[in-house]
Design a protein around this ligand. Structure first.
Ligand SMILES: CC(C)(COP(=O)(O)OP(=O)(O)OC[C@H]1O[C@@H](n2cnc3c(N)ncnc32)[C@H](O)[C@@H]1OP(=O)(O)O)[C@@H](O)C(=O)NCCC(=O)NCCS
Length: 144
Protein backbone atom coordinates (compact mmCIF):
# COMPACT_ATOMS: atom_id res chain seq x y z
CA UNK A 1 0.00 0.00 0.00
CA UNK A 2 1.30 3.43 -0.84
CA UNK A 3 2.67 5.72 -3.48
CA UNK A 4 3.65 4.30 -6.86
CA UNK A 5 4.87 5.96 -10.02
CA UNK A 6 2.68 4.68 -12.85
CA UNK A 7 2.12 5.12 -16.58
CA UNK A 8 -0.26 7.56 -18.21
CA UNK A 9 -2.63 4.68 -19.18
CA UNK A 10 -2.93 3.78 -15.51
CA UNK A 11 -4.39 7.15 -14.47
CA UNK A 12 -6.90 7.46 -17.32
CA UNK A 13 -9.68 5.23 -15.87
CA UNK A 14 -10.00 7.29 -12.64
CA UNK A 15 -9.57 10.58 -14.48
CA UNK A 16 -12.46 9.54 -16.66
CA UNK A 17 -14.72 8.23 -13.88
CA UNK A 18 -14.14 11.07 -11.41
CA UNK A 19 -13.00 14.16 -13.33
CA UNK A 20 -14.71 13.76 -16.74
CA UNK A 21 -17.74 11.50 -16.06
CA UNK A 22 -19.94 10.97 -19.09
CA UNK A 23 -17.52 12.80 -21.37
CA UNK A 24 -15.45 11.21 -24.17
CA UNK A 25 -12.26 9.55 -22.92
CA UNK A 26 -10.22 11.89 -25.19
CA UNK A 27 -11.13 14.73 -22.79
CA UNK A 28 -9.07 12.94 -20.10
CA UNK A 29 -5.74 13.66 -21.79
CA UNK A 30 -3.90 16.85 -20.79
CA UNK A 31 -1.34 18.82 -22.76
CA UNK A 32 2.05 17.67 -21.50
CA UNK A 33 0.86 14.26 -20.28
CA UNK A 34 3.53 12.50 -22.32
CA UNK A 35 6.36 15.02 -21.74
CA UNK A 36 9.60 13.46 -20.48
CA UNK A 37 9.41 15.63 -17.34
CA UNK A 38 5.81 14.63 -16.49
CA UNK A 39 5.27 12.01 -13.77
CA UNK A 40 2.08 10.10 -13.05
CA UNK A 41 1.46 8.80 -9.54
CA UNK A 42 -1.05 6.54 -7.86
CA UNK A 43 -1.96 5.52 -4.33
CA UNK A 44 -2.29 1.74 -4.41
CA UNK A 45 -4.08 -0.49 -1.89
CA UNK A 46 -4.32 -4.27 -2.31
CA UNK A 47 -3.05 -3.90 -5.86
CA UNK A 48 -5.80 -1.44 -6.79
CA UNK A 49 -5.28 2.19 -7.75
CA UNK A 50 -7.40 4.21 -5.28
CA UNK A 51 -6.18 7.75 -6.03
CA UNK A 52 -4.22 9.41 -8.82
CA UNK A 53 -2.32 12.62 -9.55
CA UNK A 54 0.01 13.90 -12.23
CA UNK A 55 2.96 16.24 -11.68
CA UNK A 56 4.14 18.43 -14.54
CA UNK A 57 7.18 20.66 -14.75
CA UNK A 58 5.24 23.88 -15.24
CA UNK A 59 6.95 26.75 -13.45
CA UNK A 60 4.93 29.71 -12.27
CA UNK A 61 5.71 32.82 -10.24
CA UNK A 62 3.46 32.87 -7.16
CA UNK A 63 3.74 34.98 -4.02
CA UNK A 64 7.17 36.11 -5.17
CA UNK A 65 8.48 32.57 -5.52
CA UNK A 66 9.22 30.50 -8.62
CA UNK A 67 7.16 27.37 -8.14
CA UNK A 68 8.52 24.58 -10.36
CA UNK A 69 5.72 21.99 -10.53
CA UNK A 70 2.00 21.81 -11.23
CA UNK A 71 -0.19 19.08 -9.74
CA UNK A 72 -2.97 18.01 -12.09
CA UNK A 73 -5.77 15.46 -12.29
CA UNK A 74 -5.98 14.47 -8.63
CA UNK A 75 -8.87 12.09 -7.97
CA UNK A 76 -9.80 9.38 -5.47
CA UNK A 77 -12.09 6.50 -6.43
CA UNK A 78 -15.59 7.43 -5.20
CA UNK A 79 -15.91 4.27 -3.07
CA UNK A 80 -12.64 5.17 -1.33
CA UNK A 81 -13.13 8.94 -0.90
CA UNK A 82 -13.30 10.56 2.52
CA UNK A 83 -11.12 7.92 4.22
CA UNK A 84 -7.88 9.91 4.32
CA UNK A 85 -6.34 8.38 1.20
CA UNK A 86 -5.98 11.72 -0.58
CA UNK A 87 -4.20 13.25 2.41
CA UNK A 88 -1.81 10.30 2.80
CA UNK A 89 -1.16 10.41 -0.94
CA UNK A 90 -0.30 14.13 -0.88
CA UNK A 91 2.02 13.66 2.09
CA UNK A 92 3.89 10.89 0.27
CA UNK A 93 3.99 12.97 -2.93
CA UNK A 94 5.49 15.91 -1.06
CA UNK A 95 8.21 13.66 0.35
CA UNK A 96 8.88 12.30 -3.14
CA UNK A 97 8.99 15.70 -4.87
CA UNK A 98 10.77 17.70 -2.17
CA UNK A 99 9.68 20.89 -3.92
CA UNK A 100 6.96 23.50 -4.05
CA UNK A 101 4.04 23.05 -6.42
CA UNK A 102 0.80 24.69 -7.43
CA UNK A 103 -2.53 23.51 -8.75
CA UNK A 104 -5.86 24.76 -10.07
CA UNK A 105 -8.21 23.50 -7.37
CA UNK A 106 -11.92 22.96 -7.83
CA UNK A 107 -13.96 24.88 -5.29
CA UNK A 108 -15.12 21.59 -3.70
CA UNK A 109 -11.52 20.54 -3.09
CA UNK A 110 -10.21 23.80 -1.57
CA UNK A 111 -10.82 22.70 2.03
CA UNK A 112 -9.13 19.36 1.34
CA UNK A 113 -6.02 21.09 -0.02
CA UNK A 114 -6.01 23.65 2.81
CA UNK A 115 -6.01 20.85 5.36
CA UNK A 116 -2.98 19.52 3.53
CA UNK A 117 -1.01 22.74 3.83
CA UNK A 118 -1.88 24.56 0.62
CA UNK A 119 -3.00 28.17 0.45
CA UNK A 120 -5.24 29.97 -2.04
CA UNK A 121 -3.42 32.56 -4.15
CA UNK A 122 -5.42 35.27 -5.88
CA UNK A 123 -8.98 35.34 -7.11
CA UNK A 124 -11.18 32.46 -8.29
CA UNK A 125 -11.55 31.89 -12.02
CA UNK A 126 -13.78 29.79 -14.27
CA UNK A 127 -12.75 26.77 -16.34
CA UNK A 128 -15.51 26.22 -18.93
CA UNK A 129 -17.56 23.04 -18.40
CA UNK A 130 -15.78 22.28 -15.11
CA UNK A 131 -16.50 25.32 -12.94
CA UNK A 132 -14.90 27.70 -10.45
CA UNK A 133 -11.24 27.08 -9.61
CA UNK A 134 -8.66 28.58 -7.27
CA UNK A 135 -4.90 28.68 -7.76
CA UNK A 136 -3.41 26.96 -4.72
CA UNK A 137 0.19 26.76 -3.58
CA UNK A 138 2.08 24.15 -1.60
CA UNK A 139 5.20 25.86 -0.39
CA UNK A 140 8.05 23.55 0.50
CA UNK A 141 9.67 24.81 3.68
CA UNK A 142 12.85 23.68 5.43
CA UNK A 143 10.91 21.40 7.76
CA UNK A 144 8.18 20.11 5.42
C1 LIG B 1 -10.64 15.83 -3.45
C2 LIG B 1 -10.22 14.35 -3.36
C3 LIG B 1 -9.03 14.08 -4.31
C4 LIG B 1 -9.80 14.06 -1.93
O1 LIG B 1 -9.41 12.69 -1.82
P1 LIG B 1 -9.87 11.83 -0.55
O2 LIG B 1 -9.18 10.51 -0.64
O3 LIG B 1 -11.35 11.83 -0.46
O4 LIG B 1 -9.22 12.72 0.60
P2 LIG B 1 -9.35 12.64 2.17
O5 LIG B 1 -10.19 11.47 2.60
O6 LIG B 1 -7.97 12.75 2.71
O7 LIG B 1 -10.08 14.02 2.48
C5 LIG B 1 -11.45 14.16 2.17
C6 LIG B 1 -11.74 15.62 1.98
O8 LIG B 1 -12.00 15.91 0.61
C7 LIG B 1 -13.28 16.57 0.50
N1 LIG B 1 -13.94 16.09 -0.69
C8 LIG B 1 -14.00 16.77 -1.85
N2 LIG B 1 -14.68 16.05 -2.76
C9 LIG B 1 -15.06 14.89 -2.14
C10 LIG B 1 -15.79 13.74 -2.55
N3 LIG B 1 -16.30 13.62 -3.78
N4 LIG B 1 -15.96 12.71 -1.66
C11 LIG B 1 -15.46 12.82 -0.40
N5 LIG B 1 -14.75 13.88 0.03
C12 LIG B 1 -14.55 14.90 -0.84
C13 LIG B 1 -14.03 16.20 1.76
O9 LIG B 1 -14.91 17.26 2.06
C14 LIG B 1 -12.92 16.06 2.76
O10 LIG B 1 -12.61 17.32 3.27
P3 LIG B 1 -12.97 17.71 4.77
O11 LIG B 1 -12.44 16.62 5.64
O12 LIG B 1 -12.26 19.03 4.95
O13 LIG B 1 -14.44 17.82 4.77
C15 LIG B 1 -11.39 13.39 -3.72
O14 LIG B 1 -12.44 13.58 -2.83
C16 LIG B 1 -11.89 13.53 -5.14
O15 LIG B 1 -11.42 12.82 -6.03
N6 LIG B 1 -12.87 14.42 -5.38
C17 LIG B 1 -13.48 14.58 -6.68
C18 LIG B 1 -12.48 15.09 -7.72
C19 LIG B 1 -11.83 16.40 -7.32
O16 LIG B 1 -12.50 17.34 -6.94
N7 LIG B 1 -10.49 16.42 -7.46
C20 LIG B 1 -9.69 17.59 -7.20
C21 LIG B 1 -9.56 18.36 -8.46
S1 LIG B 1 -8.75 19.89 -8.14
Amino acid sequence: MGLREVRLEDVIPLRHAVLRPGRPVETCYFDGDDAATTRHFAWVEDGRIRSIATVMRQARELSGERVPFQLRGMATAPDAAGRGIGSAFLQALNAELGASWWCNARAVAVRFYERNGLVVVGEPFDIPEIGTHYVMLYEKTAGS
